[in-house]
Design a protein around this ligand. Structure first.
Ligand code: KIV
Ligand code: ZN
Length: 521
């Protein structure tokens, strides 16, 4: 029997904290619980479930995730003050394995914000890490913007945090500024030169502003980091965070030169990627590594020929490795419920009997309009079904007249809390007319920040997925939907975003905009 002696790298997922911080990626309470359950199931070591002091909603989600999680450590974020840390502990203490993650910005730019001298900040770090450690055995500490912090000061504060009882030291590249060699050297030097470093785990937390987040995280591992902080699909503010699927698969595929193991089951990657994309409203770009629609597509004649002769010619990993079924037969209008259920299961959707009835009706409507219903069609259908499940405003009817002459005219009926309401409006094109008709029925001051259309499959009968992002008084919401009719998909996505806006308005006191990550005090 051989024993695997590869060092273990812990996977710390922050989709529900740093990922959710992405403007418009707000998830509902139920969605957060579902994603946390999937993360636990796939073998992630630590789930950063949220920022408990940020809002009542965050607190409730972190507490509930702490209660429901079976295997993973559940972590909450706290700024460097006692109130934040107490609130964080109140939420995570329900977990079988709780962790408090406290941080403060240590670079010159960040030190200026709470206006602390270097000595005052050092004292604050000692006080807050000690406080966290008195509450919880597992404390993680982060010097935010570590990669732009002066070396001497960074080494000094890391030593203080270790002496005060932090067992994980996370080194964030907050603005995605570092590069692989520097990322590795920084961790290596901290481990070599800081007193007590041998007793703690060093973590790497990278942002993707220069497109180097995955490379920087893997380089940090080579430098001695044993925890990678990442998000599903690389979700995160600006250009996002290190993508979980990328580091897990890179370590797996290139185990020959990066001999480290993770506890993540890669066959769960595709299912969670789809769920995160659906609930966050952030579509995965087609050419995204590992989980993009084209990641395993071989279109060119030379590649196809090579693939047929030997898959390894052009494939360094198999679609099955990440949970994508190999070849797949499309469904059509004669397919029955059993075939639909089996196909959905193969795509990672376990549907209850009552949900299957609804999905089947929508599937039949789609199959009537499309000759073949492909896997991607079903994923788009499931994503819009799930996104709109709790919507109280729904599109019932839409007819638009448009063309080369004159403005477009839309006639629309919405169901609002079960009551049908109608409106007519004109606009500069069919989408504008449809949106104006919605606006005539649902009063709002939200500004459209993003309107994006993508074809799900090829052909003129393809479904379009539409994503809209809107902002009203600092609240940002995203709506998405799919339909073979682009204008209908657009109106549904707009209505979906408005539903989310109503929910956010309803719990205005719970909005996270009240707290700033920069405010340590
Ligand atoms: O990017 C960052 O610095 C963070 C910290 C809060 C860890 O997300
Ligand atoms: Zn971050």
């Amino acid at each position: 029997m051989t024993t695997d002696t590869k060092p273990r790298v812990r996977i710390f997922d922050t989709t529900l904290r740093d990922g959710e911080q992405s403007p418009g990626a707000t998830m509902t309470h139920e969605e957060k619980l579902e994603i946390a359950a999937l993360l636990d199931e796939m073998g992630v070591d630590i789930i950063e479930a949220g920022f408990p002091i940020a809002s009542e909603g965050d607190f409730a989600a972190v507490s509930e995730i702490a209660r429901q999680t079976k295997d993973a450590t559940v972590c909450g974020l706290a700024r460097a003050n006692l109130k934040d840390i107490d609130r964080c502990w109140e939420a995570v203490r329900h977990a079988a394995s709780p962790r408090i993650h406290t941080f403060i910005g240590t670079s010159p730019l960040h030190r200026a914000i709470p206006d602390l001298t270097m000595d005052e900040m050092a004292d604050r770090i000692h006080e807050t890490v000690t406080h966290a450690r008195n509450l919880c055995d597992d404390v993680q500490w982060s010097p935010m913007d570590a990669t732009r912090t002066e070396w001497d000061y960074l080494a000094r504060v890391v030593r203080i945090a270790i002496a005060a009882g932090a067992s994980t030291i996370n080194i964030p590249d907050t603005v995605g500024y570092t590069a692989p060699r520097e990322s590795a050297d920084l961790i290596r030097r901290l481990i070599a030169e800081v007193e007590g470093a041998e007793d703690v785990v060093f973590a790497t937390h990278c942002h993707n502003d220069l497109g180097m987040a995955t490379a920087n995280a893997l380089a940090a591992v080579e430098g001695g980091a044993r925890q990678i902080e990442c998000t599903i699909n690389g979700l995160g503010e600006r250009a996002g965070n290190t993508a979980l699927e990328e580091v897990v698969m890179a370590l797996r595929v290139r185990g020959d030169i990066m001999p480290y193991e993770t506890g993540v089951d890669p066959s769960k990657i595709m299912a969670i990627s789809r769920r995160v994309s659906a609930v966050s409203g952030f579509a995965v770009q087609p050419n995204k590594a590992i989980v993009g629609k084209n990641a395993f597509a071989h279109e060119s004649g030379i590649h196809q020929d090579g693939m047929l002769k030997n898959r390894e010619n052009f494939e360094i990993m198999r679609p099955e490795d990440i949970g994508l079924s190999g070849t797949s037969l499309p469904l059509g209008k004669h397919s029955g419920r059993a075939a639909l259920r089996a196909k959905l299961e193969s795509l990672g959707y376990a549907v209850e009997d009552n949900q299957l009835m609804d999905v089947f009706v929508r599937f039949k409507a789609l199959a009537d309009r499309k000759k073949e219903v492909l896997d991607d069609d079903l994923v788009a259908l499931m994503q819009s079904e799930e996104r709109s499940q709790q919507d109280t405003i729904r599109l019932e009817h839409l007819r638009v007249v448009c063309g080369t002459d004159g403005p477009a005219e839309a006639e629309l009926r919405l169901s609002v809390d079960g009551t049908s309401k109608q409106a007519k409006a004109s606009g500069d094109g069919p989408v504008d007319a449809a949106f104006n008709a919605v606006k005539a029925l649902i009063d709002h001051r939200a500004r459209l920040q993003l309107y994006q259309v993508a074809a799900v499959t090829e052909g003129t009968d393809a479904q379009a997925t539409v994503t809209v992002r809107m902002e009203e008084e600092g609240r940002i919401v995203t709506g998405a939907s799919a339909d073979t009719d682009t204008v209908t998909a657009s109106a549904k996505a707009y209505v979906n975003a408005l539903n989310r806006l109503m929910v956010r308005r309803g719990k205005a006191g719970g909005d996270r905009a009240e707290v700033s990550y920069k405010d340590a005090g």
